[in-house]
Ligand binder design. Structure first.
Ligand SMILES: NC(=O)c1ccc[n+]([C@@H]2O[C@H](COP(=O)([O-])OP(=O)(O)OC[C@H]3O[C@@H](n4cnc5c(N)ncnc54)[C@H](OP(=O)(O)O)[C@@H]3O)[C@@H](O)[C@H]2O)c1
Length: 252
């Protein structure tokens, strides 16, 4: 299939592109310098000419763009995934969070993603609105838990990790594979992809397992309880491998 992936200069989209190419699919990106998604007519014309067989909308950008992509997919009966986030749920009320729980985000990013979820759902009832947690990868720069903890160590001289936070999180390669499977066998509506959903490891244990697995021997782990949140995204446990499959140290 010819798969349109938005956000290809980002963190996660290149992983999905690599997985799609490895599975024999053709990958098409959206060059926002050449075609501004805000220019609705030009954007729609480009999309019609590009004629993808499926759409994976991973880019940030406005709800209008998300709605336009979702409408295009709906009109042509194309599979579509849109990546949302565990951050649509605030820590109060606490999780774990189920597919149809009320979305309670108070911060700007979470509210923005709720707006995009609503825009996609209104335009296309068959679209997969996929909430994911914090992504992990050995190399990707950007919003990657491993690299962010490296940055904390550099900046703060320590990695402070709350044992009272059970984060939604997954390895990027697993998320990419799951997104690809959803494009091939859609599950219309909301989908949760969280490798920590079943096992429920605390952030302190995950940080320690990352330290071991990726040999971050310089990390000074400081365990606290200041942030409390069971952020797990329930309902998609069968779609993802458990976190311990990637971080065996979690079972020690
Ligand atoms: N990384 C995580 O841990 C994580 C966790 C939960 C959810 N997510 C979600 O997963 C998706 C991918 O995440 P990511 O970490 O790869 O994001 P990212 O690194 O921030 O990349 C997003 C991409 O979106 C495009 N973009 C940025 N600003 C834009 C704007 N104002 N208008 C339109 N496009 C813009 C850019 O790609 P182009 O220049 O190629 O267009 C950018 O590289 C996002 O929807 C994110 O919310 C990620």
């Amino acid at each position: 299939m010819k798969l349109l992936i938005t956000g290809l200069t980002g963190t996660l989209a290149p992983k999905l592109a690599a997985a799609a190419r490895a599975a024999g699919h053709q990958v098409l990106g959206w060059d926002r310098q050449a075609v501004d998604p805000q220019q609705a007519h030009a954007a729609q014309r480009w999309l019609s000419e590009a004629a993808p067989d499926a759409i994976a909308h991973l880019a940030m950008g406005g709800a209008d763009w998300a709605a336009m992509l979702a409408s295009h997919a709906a009109e042509r009966g194309l599979p579509m995934v849109f990546t949302s986030t565990a951050m649509v749920f605030d820590h109060q009320p606490d999780g774990p969070h189920r597919l149809h729980d009320e979305r309670t985000a108070k911060d700007e990013y979470g509210r923005y993603k709720i707006g995009c979820e609503d825009a996609v759902a209104a335009a296309n009832r068959a679209a997969n609105i996929v909430r994911i947690g914090w992504q992990i990868d050995a190399e990707a720069t950007g919003n990657n838990m491993l690299m962010v903890l490296d940055e904390w160590q550099r900046r703060e001289g320590k990695v402070a990790a709350s044992r009272a936070w059970i984060p939604a999180c997954s390895f990027m390669d697993d998320t990419a594979q799951a997104l690809l499977r959803l494009l091939q066998s859609p599950l219309p509506g909301f989908v949760h992809l969280d490798s920590n959903a079943q096992e429920g490891h605390g952030f302190d244990r995950i940080a320690r397992a990352l330290l071991t697995r990726f040999e971050r021997l310089d990390w000074q782990l400081e365990v606290h309880e200041a942030y409390r949140h069971d952020q797990r995204l329930l309902g998609g446990e069968l779609l993802m491998p458990p976190l311990s499959a990637r971080l065996p140290g979690l079972l020690d």
